[in-house]
Design a protein around this ligand. Structure first.
Ligand code: ATP
Length: 258
C-alpha cells in the first residue's frame, strides 16, 4: 500500500503541488489523470523524493517522507519508467535491459522476453534502431527485470501511434496480472480507465476527484471536471508559447518557500 496525504511540492521557490492525496492498494493500479501541467509527473517525483516536499508519503505503513530517493526505491522495491523512457540509445537492447541490475545481468533477460516476445530477436540491436513502441517495451522490460513491488509509469503512451499504444496497454494489462502495484500517469482518461482501478484527477497541483474506474458515470463526471471548459487552467504543452499561455502557467503557481 502506498498512501499520499496532503502532499505539497516545490521546484525551487515555486510551488507546483498544493494538496495531493490518494491511496494505492497492493496489487492495485491508480492512474493520475489531468491536463498538461496539472502536476501528474510532479506527483511521481514527489513520491520518489526527487523534489522538496511537505506532507505524508507512506509505503507499507512506513513514513518515507524524510527518506532519500535511493532508499525509497531500494527498500520498497520501486521501479520507474520515466516519460521519454530514459534509455541509453547507443547501447543494445540487452544492455539496456540489465543496466544497473547485477541480478538481471546474471539471471538473463528471460522474464522481459516472456512479456515482450517482440524483443527476442532484437537483443543485440542498438536501441536507437528500434521503433518508439519497441523502445517502450525495453523501458518496461527493464522495470520488470527488477522484479519490483511497485511500478511508477509516466505517460507510457507519449509520442506513440494509437495502434502501438493499444499494444503497450495490452502489455501493461499483462503486467498487472502478475500482481504488480502500479501508479500510472496518463493524460487520456479512456486509456487510464482501461487499466486502472481508480482515477485520481489532478488540477493545478491538487487532487480534486478520485473515482472508481469501473463506474462509467463517475468517470464521465471526472472527464467533465477535467476537460469541461477549463482549457485555460493548464495550457497545452503543444500549444504555441504565447504570452497569454505563459501568463496562465505562471499564475497557476505560487512563488515562495513553504
Ligand atoms: P504533462 O502531461 O504536460 O507532463 P503534468 O500534469 O505531468 O503535465 P507537471 O509536469 O507535473 O504536469 O507540471 C506541473 C507544474 O510544474 C507545471 O506548472 C510545470 O510548468 C511545473 N514544472 C514541471 N517541471 C518543472 C521544473 N523542472 N521546474 C519548474 N517547474 C516545473
Amino acid at each position: 500500500m502506498l498512501e499520499v496525504e496532503g502532499l505539497q511540492g516545490w521546484y525551487g521557490h515555486t510551488q507546483a503541488l498544493f494538496d495531493v492525496s490518494f491511496r494505492l492498494p497492493a496489487a492495485g493500479c491508480v492512474a493520475l489523470v489531468g491536463t498538461n501541467g496539472a502536476g501528474k509527473t510532479t506527483t511521481l517525483r514527489a513520491v520518489l523524493g526527487l523534489i522538496r516536499c511537505q506532507g505524508a508519503v507512506h509505503i507499507e505503513g512506513e513514513d518515507v517522507s524524510q527518506q532519500p530517493t535511493h532508499r525509497r526505491v531500494r527498500d520498497h522495491s520501486i521501479a520507474v519508467v520515466h516519460e521519454g523512457r530514459g534509455l541509453l540509445k547507443d547501447l543494445t537492447v540487452r544492455e539496456n535491459l540489465v543496466v544497473g541490475n547485477k541480478e538481471a545481468a546474471k539471471r538473463g533477460v528471460g522474464d522481459a522476453i516472456d512479456l515482450f516476445p517482440a524483443l527476442k530477436d532484437r537483443l543485440s540491436e542498438r536501441v536507437s534502431n528500434l521503433s518508439g513502441g519497441q523502445q517502450q517495451m525495453v523501458a518496461l522490460g527493464r522495470a520488470v527485470l527488477r522484479k519490483p513491488r511497485y511500478v511508477l509509469l509516466d505517460e507510457p503512451s507519449l509520442g506513440l501511434a494509437p495502434t502501438v499504444i493499444d499494444e503497450i496497454y495490452s502489455y501493461l494489462a499483462a503486467l498487472r496480472e502478475t500482481g504488480m502495484t502500479m501508479l500510472l500517469v496518463e493524460q487520456s482518461v479512456p486509456r487510464a480507465t482501461s487499466i486502472a482501478d481508480r482515477l485520481c484527477l489532478l488540477r493545478i497541483g491538487r487532487s480534486v476527484m478520485n473515482v472508481d474506474a469501473r463506474d462509467p458515470a463517475a468517470v464521465e463526471t471526472l472527464m467533465g471536471t477535467a476537460f469541461g471548459g477549463e482549457e485555460d487552467a493548464a495550457p497545452s504543452r503543444t500549444s504555441s508559447p504565447t504570452a497569454a499561455g505563459r501568463h496562465t502557467t505562471i499564475t497557476s503557481l505560487t512563488d515562495g518557500p513553504p
